[in-house]
Ligand binder design. Structure first.
Ligand SMILES: [Zn+2]
Ligand SMILES: [Zn+2]
Length: 396
């Protein structure tokens, strides 16, 4: 076929049954990060059937290449991992066969769309651009995007842009929701241990109680968030755990707080990663205690390149209709491993593909045991990617 809008729509629609079959095959065998052996093997066997060249990276990652004329190339990424979430009953014929695991984030749909895109592009006569497909492990943790980049998947060929989608149970099936610029949060993990001196609860003067110091750190950080960050730029610091002591009448010798620091602008991420430890040290010092701080940087800020996102939005409107493309008004502090592909300076863009079907009860949030997706939405994902690639070629 030729790569043109009407043909793309028709070709994607013709893939509907195959996409459902791919999705269900992957759905039955959900695997956690870096254990995506069955999933990667399935991807490889489907690529073999299409005579599409591929190679393994970082254990369970797969990179497929559809060579095009000329030297330009574009990358498209799908994450493959599942979650330790037991699947709710129902769903005849394609339940998770692995106890306690399920595709509760819809990555099975992402893999299916990328395989569908491979099939569609493999049927194009004289593909204008080389298209690299990145089947990525471990998005839910510990992260596969940065390791794939470090393994050189963006080196040869060097794509001029990388695209991705995430299915979204918050949006109606077959619609696209997209946002330009800062879109999702960085995700850095902090552990702060306040070191005091244990003792008798009745004699705090002979001890150094870390509990009230830890409490001041928790509240002090929230003050930092409201007083040192531009209030129209979203950030969040959440302490998800606080542990110290073991009984009512004993002063603890230490307290450990663990939390997540998130921002959608890199300058705020850097500010918080500097100031939260400074504040913890300062509060502890004011009370004669010390702290140790461990800060681990996770996924980067998620920024959808404005020009590239414009192309994706126009492509979506062309293949789905204007009324099916929605702008996302605000960023989310959720984080997304995909943006590791943009850390080297490449323009990247991710859109959301609506998969909700309230009439069939498909509305449950991601990561819940009831999460499901309307498979009828999957061809739209293939069509948007293919049309975007066509438009990028024309823009070059
Ligand atoms: Zn998820
Ligand atoms: Zn996800």
């Amino acid at each position: 076929m030729q790569l043109e809008t009407v043909a793309i729509r028709a070709a994607a629609d013709r893939l509907a049954e195959r996409l459902t079959a791919h999705r269900r095959a992957i759905h039955r065998r959900p695997e956690l990060g870096y254990q995506e052996h069955a999933t990667a093997a399935y991807v490889e066997s489907m690529l073999d059937d299409l005579a599409v060249a591929h190679r393994r990276v970082i254990g369970t990652g797969v990179v497929a290449l559809l060579p095009g004329a000329g030297s330009r190339s574009v990358g498209v990424r799908a994450d493959m991992d599942a979650l330790p979430v037991p699947e709710a009953p129902g769903r005849d014929g394609y339940r998770s066969e692995f106890e306690g695991l399920s595709h509760a984030c819809g990555h099975d749909g992402h893999v299916a769309v990328l395989l569908g895109l491979a099939e569609l592009l493999a049927s194009v006569d004289d593909l204008p651009l080389t298209v690299a497909l990145y089947f990525q492990p471990a998005e839910e943790g510990p992260g596969g995007g940065q390791p794939m980049v470090a393994a050189g998947v963006l080196d040869d060929p060097r794509p001029e842009a990388v695209l991705a989608l995430h299915v979204a149970s918050a949006h109606p099936s077959g619609t696209v929701a997209i946002r330009t610029g800062p879109s999702s949060g960085s995700n850095d993990t902090i552990a702060i241990t306040v070191h005091g001196v244990g003792g008798h609860a009745a004699h705090p003067d002979t001890a150094l109680d870390p509990v009230p110091i830890a409490a001041q750190i928790v509240t002090g950080v929230q003050q930092l968030v409201t007083r040192e960050i531009d209030p129209v730029q979203p950030v969040v610091v959440t302490f998800g755990s606080i542990h110290g002591g073991h009984r009512d009448n004993v002063i603890a010798s230490s307290v450990t707080l663990t939390g997540t620091i998130r921002a959608v602008h890199q300058h705020n991420r850097e500010l918080l990663n500097r100031r939260v430890p400074e504040l913890a040290h300062g509060i502890a010092a004011a009370h004669r205690a010390t702290v140790t701080v461990d800060l681990e940087c996770g996924y980067p800020v998620g920024v959808n390149d404005p020009e590239l996102t414009q192309v994706v939005a126009a492509a979506a409107a062309a293949v789905l209709g204007d009324e099916r493309v929605m702008r996302v008004p605000e960023p989310s502090l959720g984080s997304e491993d995909f943006y590791a592909f943009g850390e080297t300076g490449l323009p990247v863009s991710m859109f959301q593909l609506g998969v909700a079907d309230p009439a069939r009860g498909i509305t449950a949030p991601h990561h819940s045991p009831d999460f499901n997706l309307d498979e009828a939405a999957l061809p739209a994902g293939v069509a948007v990617f293919a049309e975007t690639i066509r438009r990028l070629e024309q823009a070059g």
